[in-house]
Ligand binder design. Sequence first.
Ligand code: KG4
Ligand code: ZN
Length: 366
Amino acid sequence: MICLGIETSCDDTSLALVDDGRLIGQATATQVDLHALFGGVVPEMASREHARFVGPLCDKLFADTGMEASDIDVVAAARGPGLLGSLLVGVAYAKAFALGCGARFIGVNHLHAHIFAAGLETDVVFPALGLLVSGGHTHLCRLNGPRDVEVLGKTLDDAAGEAFDKAGKMLGLPYPAGRLIDELANEGRADASLFPRPYLNNDNLDFSFSGLKTAMQTFLASRPGLKTGWDAATGELATPDSDLQAELADVCASYRLAVVETLTIKTRNALLKPQMKDIKSLVLAGGVAANSLLRETMRKLASDLGLAFTAPSPALCTDNGAMVAYLGWLLASLGYEHDLDVEAIPRGRRVPDDMRRAVFEGSHRP
Ligand code: KG4
Ligand code: ZN
């Protein structure tokens, strides 16, 4: 069974084909340089760019893979949560494509697509505890299977990725700053006392990262010279001062450690809850799952507790069409689909579980 997956929930337009659980091609256009000019994603511009790219990328994907529209059994689109205008582009395109070639249609939950992406590379062992950390979300979930995701806790304000991006902005680094902070941190030495580990003095599984951003702001008020800026032409820090560069690397290392330790402590708390006794694996997912220290620390946590550990390779952590195609394929293989009147769901609203069992006709049988 071949599934075309379409991801347009934020600032990446990405289409991919998955054949029986295996990725056979992907075409992506990122808008990161455009939004970097504004220090964050501008929703109206994002949807216009998706509308500009989705058709040509689809043509490229089919040309690169040698597939025909008539080969497609299922078309999946990320239906939310995300930027509504952006989601509507991908969802409308997917519905039209499905209608045009007689394929089934599934609107997949973008967060679930992140969580199950690891299945493209390795078998995920259920029940699992999932930590989803992206630019918009920080969720701890119990994963009983592809249709059964129970949210145990989430951020009350900023997401982990936002904590990196907002700190990066204060340091004069380009948006999104998570990867750059990670790279700079690898060159620095962390001071564990520089930043707090917020919102740990409770026994719930929610997070709050907004205080960390304020802590960076307070710290930078005492070290204004540290906002060195970034030279887009050379792709390097704007300052030639090596002492400043070293100090910036140390600050990035300290900040990264604070985010990673906060995530790790809450994840450990979740795994030690009596109702989590049957958990067999830990799954790390989302853009921040590309963070080198977080991957290493979570792998160690899983191993200390005798659990399997899964995280997608870094390219599959940030938004991509492959994860949408994979979850679409997985759900379609289990016999699910959507009617074409399914809605896109904006950020902040719960994505309803409104799939129906497919009625198979003609050749589109799994
Ligand atoms: O999942 P994603 O591509 O988009 C959302 O659905 O939000 O995640 C993007 C987020 C951004 O906040 C970015 O700064 C962060 O992932 N990110 C990282 C790293 N790579 C990307 N954060 C920390 N370390 C990284 N290596
Ligand atoms: Zn995402």
